[in-house]
Design a binder for this molecule. Sequence first.
Ligand SMILES: Nc1ncnc2c1ncn2[C@@H]1O[C@H](COP(=O)(O)OP(=O)(O)OP(=O)(O)O)[C@@H](O)[C@H]1O
Ligand SMILES: [Mg+2]
Length: 325
Amino acid sequence: MAGTNGVAVETEGLVKAFGANRAVDGVDLRVPAGTVYGLLGPNGAGKTTAVKLLATLLRPDAGHARVFGHDVVAEADTVRGRVSLTGQYASVDEDLTGTENLVLLARLLGHGRPAARDRSAQLLDAFGLTDAADRQVKNYSGGMRRRIDIAASILNTPDLLFLDEPTTGLDPRSRNQVWDIVRAVVDQGTTVLLTTQYLDEADQLASRIAVIDRGKVIAEGTKGELKASVGSGSVHVRLRDAEQRAEAGRVLTTALNAAVQLDPDPVALTATVNGHGTDLGAAEQAARALAELARAGITVDNFALGQPSLDEVFLALTDRKGPAA
Ligand SMILES: Nc1ncnc2c1ncn2[C@@H]1O[C@H](COP(=O)(O)OP(=O)(O)OP(=O)(O)O)[C@@H](O)[C@H]1O
Ligand SMILES: [Mg+2]
């Protein structure tokens, strides 16, 4: 990666319009090599369009983008040789089995038959698909399908892998499997540009995140920076005794220096952990608040620290009531 200063992707003022709709509207990005970078945004934010521009599947209307120092327009062939894309719309053939798909794609990439078979078997094993290797992909579950899509995109280890919403619609167990795969891919030295609608996914995987909305980057930073800008999360408390709720509210307000909401459930309260006036992390602040409740003689049945939702992030970053449709 000589000459690129450890930068996998760099864009300046990148624009792509469909008619009057500026799907990508002046985006500046800098993705460090060897990391997972999250593009986080709601439906229609411009995530897939941005990925397609970087993968040379679309041509920008204005601005520049370079992948490992290569311009996506002037050096599109070079860029294509370095990247791989697992789309929302992937390339495996539904009528072929898992093995047939991977072997076919490996042969197209220039591997001889034995090498193609070896690599396919290795990936099917690594992705927990050995038992399904001889089944047609159209009979795979959603999670299996997502895994074979990713396997297909890393037959040749790419320098940069685009994962476009790799876990949308998957159950928690399948999401975790995909996350493990992404981590393994990065351990092999691949840079991953991940798009997602889920803050928790970006949080699990990405070192830096750009929040994108209506074609524009509205926030960028490390996970910590991003969360600090929107409040670190919410504390949910359930009490044994509804009569202690008013007192619990006072204790939490003081301990967390934040507004406390009374939930519809008469024994439950929610408070934001925002980090104002303290250097403590969210978990430490929450633990301290719990200790204060105990000291006040309030019996807590259940206590949870949740992350801000994507909705809360958008509310905090924009003045709108929730994400764009
Ligand atoms: N080929 C196209 N022709 C016309 N408009 C398009 C095209 N592709 C995308 N758009 C529009 O551009 C905007 C951004 O779409 P894009 O697919 O990039 O969003 P996204 O962030 O990937 O959303 P999602 O989370 O739903 O996948 C949307 O308004 C969409 O309707
Ligand atoms: Mg998309």
